[in-house]
Design a protein around this ligand. Sequence first.
Ligand code: DX5
Ligand code: ZN
Length: 244
Amino acid sequence: MSAAWETVRPPQNDAAMAQRGNGSPLGVKIAPSLLSADFSKIREQIELVERAGADYLHLDVMDGRFVPNITWGPKIIKDLRKLTKLPFDTHLMIVEPERYVADFAQAGADIITVHWEATVHANRLIHQIKELGVRAGLSLNPATPLNVLDDILPYIDLLLIMSVNPGFGGQSYIPTSTAKLASARELIDRRRCAVELEVDGGVHLDNVAEVARTGVDTIVMGAGIFATAQPGETLVRVRALCAP
Ligand code: DX5
Ligand code: ZN
């Protein structure tokens, strides 16, 4: 007996590619990461970035095993779901993600991104996520080359390129990430895949324009927004710097 997805053909993405871009009328999507937000006033922090035009909320789930830090699980995400209608871009930095994806979908995640390095069955896991009715993302650590995507690219909805080693907010952008992002853009376009390209880590006002020029669709920003004095105003400035 085989699971339904095992007979599914790779999606034909010409229609989606014809309208390439990130679907946002504002150009590059901005996904503030709550990792750097102040949880003692989380409602207010979310309202600030929502009013300023955030496209997603990026939620970093860490287990102290895949990465050396611990954040939150489905219960917190379920509670946050009551505070906003913004799509939840859920980034799982956990071992054995297949055990938990259903819980995160049920908690209100709209995108569930898992790490290529955290599973030996990426194809099965991507289909498992899609069957939950949410978008499926795959993330690559800085040291993982793009060629691991050869056989999985047509099946994923989102590719998350880590531009820091995952685990903490406020780290420095790894400079080689810019060339990697440009290569990922070229790969996605050449293979005509409807994959959203996202970057995560170390993006601030002073390098966001460089990052946007790689053709990335979505930029995650944690400290770059929430560690600034006026997160909402910073987001508006980021948007202007990313304008084509
Ligand atoms: C890091 C997380 C990031 C983090 C980025 O492991 O995946 O989403 O919030 O934070 P900054 O933008 O501060 O590097
Ligand atoms: Zn993240």
